[in-house]
Ligand binder design. Structure first.
Ligand SMILES: [Zn+2]
Length: 302
């Protein structure tokens, strides 16, 4: 059994604190899913797992419905954060990265059953007219993407090739952002305005963040998400909104605590960990430590 410092601190320190202090400002939880499948991730620490079993996903979606959450797109969530009139509304954004085909088979029927919408971020090089694979898993086809779009699923860009953007020059980044956006727009005949940063987000690299922001705005994006953990609030950068990673290990207690903001402390741990590492090794090398991880590093016991 792997020790889960993140779970322990969330449930026994952060949660009671939140209940006593209350939620200081308006916020929207944005859930981050990857695969909905029964993949065995027992060798991976629960914090880094990216699969959610169909059973756990179904329970989580029912939980949201039972708790009165209404799911929405990123632009609606951002409007809500800017607009004081709707402060009491319980909104949630449900996002998926990587375009896996198991979304079509397992996630979409459950979303529909529970009346939820969702946003899927596609790495467009891995979406074809017949199934292509990303990380050894089948991805959606364009026909499935079009069908899901007709049923109200939103689509955003997750770049073309899912690269480590921090290692690219500005022209390469412009291409990854613009070509993926245009490809989805051509396939669906709609405007694409949302972007999800692939791999762990280099949140302490201000120079890179500014460069990426300019590139996103040049390409015509209006909102986006990243891997920084937390809930989005009025101070969040609309292009790099925080998310709450979810997986099979999110039992109702932990899931509820994350939604209520008790997991937001992780972003501080991420920031400290990254600052220390970038001072020791330089920002670019620090980024490589997380090369294969979709989630950023937090300080935790090994
Ligand atoms: Zn990804």
């Amino acid at each position: 059994m792997k020790l889960r410092l993140d779970r322990l601190l969330t449930l026994y320190l952060a949660s009671p604190g939140k209940q006593i202090l209350g939620s200081a400002s308006k916020s929207v939880p944005i859930l981050m899913y990857h695969s909905v499948s029964d993949h065995d991730e027992s060798e991976v620490h629960p914090y880094y797992r990216t699969s959610t079993s169909p059973q756990a996903f179904s329970e989580q979606m029912q939980f949201l419905k039972n708790q009165g959450y209404s799911s929405c797109s990123l632009d609606v969530a951002l409007d809500h954060l800017k607009n004081d009139a709707a402060a009491d509304k319980k909104l949630v954004v449900i996002t998926f990265d990587d375009g896996y085909a198991d979304f079509y088979k397992y996630a979409f029927p459950v979303l529909r059953q529970n009346g939820h919408s969702a946003t899927m971020f596609l790495p467009t090089a891995y979406v074809g007219d017949s199934p292509l694979q990303f990380k050894d898993e089948d991805c959606l086809t364009w026909q499935q993407v079009r069908e899901l779009s007709r049923y109200g699923i939103s689509f955003g860009s997750h770049t073309v090739t899912h690269p480590w953007l921090v290692e690219m020059n500005v022209n390469q980044i412009d291409d990854e952002l613009a070509i993926s956006k245009k490809t989805i727009e051509d396939q669906l005949g709609i405007h694409v305005e949302s972007f999800a940063y692939p791999y762990a987000f280099p949140q302490t690299d201000a120079e890179f963040k500014n460069m990426l922001k300019d590139s996103l705005l040049r390409a015509g994006y209006r909102n986006g998400v990243c891997t920084v953990v937390g809930r989005a609030d009025p101070d969040s950068d609309p292009l790099f909104l925080e998310r709450l990673p979810a997986n099979s290990d999110d039992d109702p207690t932990l899931f509820a605590a994350k939604l209520a903001g008790a997991y937001d402390w992780i972003s501080t741990a991420q920031q400290i960990s990254k600052t220390v590492k970038s001072r020791l090794h330089g920002a670019k090398n620090q980024a490589k430590f997380n090369f294969n991880k979709e989630l950023p590093t937090v300080q935790r016991p090994s």
